[in-house]
Design a protein around this ligand. Structure first.
Ligand SMILES: [Zn+2]
Ligand SMILES: [Zn+2]
Length: 352
């Protein structure tokens, strides 16, 4: 169709005898030295907005295919270039990620590590790939390993290592990983795997909220009343920006790896063993590796989370509207360490 249109609209050009045929023109790409093409492809692999933007260039010709798989190009592949969707998972996608890992790309080590650990049931290799990324200070890999340690994922309940979880989480938090900052805040506040330090814990929770606010899309600083406030008449003191009541902070963008996990299990591409559940936080996608691995909301018992961080964030974004009414959970206290109240009340709602 394109060809027909072209012939129709440019008869004069075609009629000119001195105009050289396009097919006869020398390909300018052939004149470029390999190192320059590798440099250009590295720029493309680091900035492509999705895997196909990069892969389609590799499919153009033999030379680009060869140079596109150069370790220098693969080592620069960015998060979006590696963001393979679950529905597109194949042996060649697996091979592509492996080549990136071999080229020293930490993002791909993390992505393939998560996929192998949670989707392909290859926990040993998944952990070692994540460790490979974590050694190079890859914050999401450090955080994911900490979640695995906190839950004893892939092992028995008795093999939880809370101290290792806190150490990994602290390293990820130091690197500015928001979920890790929130998780560490809850650990310190509750004395979970670390000596209790309520003030420090609270400070980290405030920091997580502030970082989240800064990273969210530029929203006007308008205040919207919390829906439950009208019913319970509660007022919040302190800085409203950092509390759960007040400003609308947009839902954080989902990391491509978390999107992969979620789509993998929800689309049926991967089967979740009967009795195992996905983390109820929509932006997570982690599945349980054994039954009752994740913590439940002890107020309603209908949702479960891989981490305190996921629980607190989901509460803020969604679950507070679905759980029991606020007036009930404020009054109710069975003194049994109500997880939902503990995390939500102290972490996000209380005065700052
Ligand atoms: Zn609940
Ligand atoms: Zn989660």
């Amino acid at each position: 169709m394109f060809l027909r249109k072209k012939l129709k609209t440019s008869p004069k050009v075609a009629a000119k005898p001195d105009k050289p045929d396009l097919a006869e023109k020398p390909d300018l790409l052939d004149g470029l030295p390999d190192d320059l093409v590798v440099y250009i492809l590295s720029k493309l692999s680091s900035s492509a907005s999705c895997p196909s933007d990069f892969i389609n260039v590799l499919l153009t010709c033999k030379r680009l295919n060869h140079l596109g798989l150069h370790p220098l190009v693969l080592s620069k592949a960015g998060t979006n270039t590696l963001a393979i969707r679950a529905k597109n998972w194949s042996e060649s996608a697996h091979r592509f990620l492996k080549l990136c890992v071999n080229a020293g790309n930490t993002d791909s080590a993390y992505a393939l590590g998560m996929i192998r650990f949670y989707c392909l049931q290859n926990q040993g290799s998944g952990t070692s790939l994540m460790a490979k990324a974590a050694i190079k200070s890859h914050a999401p890999a450090l955080y994911s390993l900490s979640v695995i340690q906190f839950n004893g994922s892939g092992a028995s309940r008795n093999e939880k290592d809370l101290r290792a979880g806190v150490a990994l989480c602290a390293r990820a938090a130091f690197l500015g990983h928001i979920d890790a900052v929130r998780e560490l805040g809850h650990c310190l506040q509750d004395g979970y795997g670390v000596r209790q330090n309520i003030v420090k814990g609270r400070r980290l929770l405030v920091e997580a909220n502030a970082r989240e606010f800064m990273q969210s899309s530029p929203l006007p600083l308008t205040r919207t009343p919390h829906p439950k406030r009208l019913h319970c008449g509660s007022t919040t003191s302190g800085c409203p920006l950092l509390s759960d009541f007040g400003y609308n902070v947009g839902e954080p963008e989902m990391h491509p790896v978390n999107r992969f996990l979620k789509e993998w299990f929800e689309s049926g591409k991967g089967e979740l063993t009967p009795g195992l559940r996905l983390c109820s936080h929509r932006g997570c996608g982690r599945p349980e590796t054994r039954s009752h691995e994740f913590r439940r909301c002890s107020v309603c018992g209908t949702v479960n989370y891989c981490s305190r961080g996921c629980q607190a964030l989901d509460w803020k974004l969604r679950h507070k509207k679905e759980c029991v009414p606020m007036d009930r959970w404020i009054i109710e206290d069975d003194g049994d360490g109500v997880e939902g109240m503990e995390i939500v009340g102290a972490g996000n709602v209380g005065p700052v």
